[in-house]
Design a protein around this ligand. Structure first.
Ligand code: 6PG
Length: 247
């Protein structure tokens, strides 16, 4: 667990989502104040749906410098962009269809590609074009939003998968045998280079896995989410009370 991790528990999902939206806005405004672009990487799944709606069509939207913002994906399923399982489709429905983000400022992972190695390489190039890391530097996202899966995965970094060991590449295809599918995902070194990383975890069904991740009692509790450990950045765990009830 990161030494500079902050854990906050909110009484309900609405307060949780509003606090996370505020964190996003603060990060965007801080970055803009420092000059330059605000680059965020967003997870899929179901938990962030309401957060993305808040960011796009509420008093938060007016405070976000959309023209200086670039949004990337943390991971994507190997399905077409209009598939019900697509993380891009969820982000488009909840945020992109409402927010004044310039079209070319959303960077979609083409995980439907038949050549996922090439799709991963192209996505890394898109990250390099916008974030412009120095030679042999990791790209530094300003803000990375993560979820927590019931098996302790985050992004598409699932237990017992090859991507957990990736130390060189920024984006990789990852075979998830237990789901019988491929994913594209950012890797640990890229996520851990972020300036600010937030786990957004809600619901009673996440209580047990959250306890195992945050309060491990045995080596068997070695889970991918525990390896999110920003080298220099801030790590926040934003939880609702049902998810945090075993902590
Ligand atoms: C994905 C996500 C994944 C997600 C967790 C939690 O592609 O599914 O990026 O890492 O954050 O699985 O998902 P829920 O929010 O649906 O519980």
């Amino acid at each position: 667990m990161s030494l500079n991790a902050e854990i906050r528990v909110f009484p309900n999902a609405d307060e949780l989502n509003r606090a996370t939206a505020e964190l996003f806005v603060q990060a965007a405004q801080r970055r803009l104040g420092a000059g330059g672009l605000f680059c965020a990487a967003l997870s899929g799944g179901s938990t962030p749906r309401r957060l993305y709606q808040l960011l796009a069509d509420s008093d938060f939207a007016r405070r976000i410098p959309w023209d200086a913002t670039h949004l990337f994906q943390v991971d994507e399923r190997s399905v077409p962009p209009d598939h019900p399982e697509s993380n891009f489709r969820m982000i488009r429905e909840t945020m992109l269809s409402r927010a004044p983000l310039p079209g070319e400022h959303f960077h979609r992972m083409a995980a439907e590609s038949q050549d996922l190695e090439e799709a991963a390489r192209r996505y890394s190039e898109e990250i390099a074009d916008v974030l412009r890391p120095g030679p042999s530097e990791w790209p530094q996202f300003d803000f990375v939003l993560l979820g927590l899966g019931p098996d302790g995965h985050t992004a598409s970094l699932f237990p017992d998968t090859a991507a957990l060991e990736e130390r060189e590449r920024w984006v990789v295809p990852n075979r998830v045998e237990k789901l019988g599918t491929w994913r594209l995902t950012l890797t640990f070194p890229v996520i851990n280079s972020a300036a600010e990383t937030i786990f957004l975890v809600a619901g009673a069904d996440k209580a047990e896995i959250l306890r195992r991740v945050l309060r491990p009692t045995s080596p068997a509790d070695a889970l991918p989410a525990q390896r999110i450990n920003p080298a220099k950045g801030q790590l926040h765990w934003y939880l609702d009370q049902p998810a945090a009830r075993l902590l």
